[in-house]
Design a protein around this ligand. Structure first.
Ligand SMILES: Nc1nc2c(ncn2[C@@H]2O[C@H](COP(=O)(O)OP(=O)(O)OP(=O)(O)O)[C@@H](O)[C@H]2O)c(=O)[nH]1
Ligand SMILES: [Mg+2]
Length: 452
């Protein structure tokens, strides 16, 4: 039994050992005190060492903050997805299924887009076939509406994800808001539209998609339809959220999105979305990375500014395949020009002059396909001159142009790490991110692209 009141009367054997001997001489006492002083010094040194190790550890463990910049559809969110897929596998796996409905909506949108583009095909045999399919596929218009509603969007709106949780209406568009990853935004919307004991709109939509599969296949598989789309400048294969080639795999009750499907799914970001991942593998396990993923369209750029301070690095994405495309809503602006202007602004900024700049010249796969089918770079970029219209020459030229802007416009000499990327190529992007991770962590500013 423990009796606390008697504890003072008891003599602990250890305190006896530690007491100085009763008949100690003055020399013995001096020697003992010297020993004790030395022991104290050693102990203080160890304490100090532990304290500074703790401090260093907490500095090392501070979250790494990265800002993703670039115009709309440049691949910012895609790059964040590949980071999550590579280093925060648990949250990636947990969120994967929430992309199913987005992918089904991406698919249905493609079909409705084809039908809309071919609305006024002149009276030919193809037009007859398309009109028949249009009639048979007309329920997909409602399916698109239902899926958009299921995801918290209004009819005809693009698919969006943005900061904070909830669905809100911003000028001319409805957006999904989530600060805590994709699943939260998408799952939240799903719960909202699911009644008690009823099938969700997404489940009902899938039934209609299943019934329409063969007609969708007939539409997409029709060579003359493809030609008509080509003539009208619609190359769906090069567009975001293209899943028509995977129709039978995706339009399936047991469908579970693969890593590649999630990376290729299109969900537009609005405002600034914050992603927090705890790295699960390697020596850096446990370290938190925070990505600020901004909405890239022009109307959303006003909210970027507060995120310019306090980040360790910026990953700027410029989709170099867009050299022959126009800005949505303002056909007077060439998309590559818009990207170059944005890059110039970022390079010029005094606020960002100390931040590591990483440049992804993205969508190289689409650029390569465009050049291979003869789309002329010179026609859109006269300064390209008579250089070869091939991938190695074009990528070198564009890379030099972007790096030259950084060299000329940066307020002080700085390093830019430049990579030619295809963000949807998950293996290659994971490799690039692995290289970048090390550089960001070590503040290693030495590289071949050192600009002085
Ligand atoms: N073919 C191809 N598609 C890409 C590449 N990078 C991204 N995409 C696709 O392009 C679409 C747009 O990518 P996002 O990552 O959503 O673009 P974003 O920069 O976040 O766009 P906002 O959120 O509107 O600012 C997605 O469907 C991606 O799968 C690429 O290198 N090649
Ligand atoms: Mg985005």
């Amino acid at each position: 039994m423990v009796n606390f009141t008697r504890s003072e009367d008891l003599i602990d054997p250890l305190s006896r050992v530690l007491e100085p001997p009763a008949n100690e001489t003055s020399e013995q006492r001096a020697a003992r005190e010297a020993r004790e002083a030395e022991a104290r010094r050693v102990s203080d040194r160890i304490d100090e060492q532990i304290r500074s190790e703790k401090q260093a550890n907490s500095r090392n463990r501070a979250p790494v903050k990265v800002l993703m910049l670039g115009q709309a559809e440049s691949g910012k969110s895609t790059t964040v997805k590949v980071f999550q897929m590579s280093y925060a596998r648990q949250s990636w796996e947990a969120e994967r299924m929430s992309w199913r409905t987005v992918i089904h909506l991406n698919l249905v949108r493609s079909v409705n887009r084809i039908l809309a583009v071919l609305e006024n095909v002149p009276e030919t045999e193809t037009a007859g076939r398309v009109n028949l399919l249009r009639m048979r596929l007309s329920p997909l218009r409602r399916v698109q509406r239902d899926l958009e509603m299921h995801l918290g969007l209004a009819e005809g709106d693009e698919l969006h994800a943005a900061a904070d949780t909830g669905v809100f209406r911003c000028p001319a568009e409805v957006c999904l808001r989530s600060q805590n990853g994709w699943a939260n935004a998408l799952g939240l919307a799903r719960q909202k539209t699911r009644g008690q004991g009823k099938r969700s709109l997404a489940e009902e939509a899938l039934e209609v998609i299943l019934m329409s599969r063969d007609d969708i296949a007939a539409l997409w598989g029709d060579d003359e339809v493809r030609t008509a789309l080509d003539v009208r400048g619609l190359r769906l294969e090069d567009q975001s959220g293209f899943f028509l080639d995977d129709l039978y795999r995706i339009a399936h009750r047991g469908y579970e999105p693969t890593d590649d499907d999630v990376v290729r799914a299109r969900l537009r970001t609005v405002g600034v979305q914050e992603f927090r991942f705890f790295v699960e593998i390697g020596g850096e396990a446990g370290r938190e990375w925070i990505f600020y993923d901004v909405g890239g369209s022009r109307s959303h750029r006003g909210v970027w500014h507060p995120y310019f301070t306090d980040v360790k690095a910026i990953i700027f994405l410029a989709p170099i395949s867009v050299f022959d495309e126009k800005l949505e809503g303002d056909p007077s602006v060439n998309l590559l020009e818009d990207s170059i202007k944005l890059w110039t602004t970022v390079c010029k900024s005094k606020l960002l002059s100390k931040v590591q700049l990483i440049l992804f010249l993205n969508k190289c796969d689409i650029l390569e396909r465009k050049l291979a089918r003869g789309v002329s770079l010179k026609r859109y970029i006269p300064t390209y001159g008579d250089r070869k219209n091939d991938m190695p020459t074009a990528s070198k030229y564009l890379r030099n142009q972007f790096l030259e802007i950084a060299r000329k416009q940066s307020p002080e000499p700085r390093t830019v790490h430049c990579f030619m990327t295809t963000a949807i190529d998950t293996r290659a992007t994971a490799k690039t991110l692995a290289a970048i991770r090390g550089r960001i962590l070590n503040d290693n500013l030495q590289s071949a692209e050192l600009l002085r």
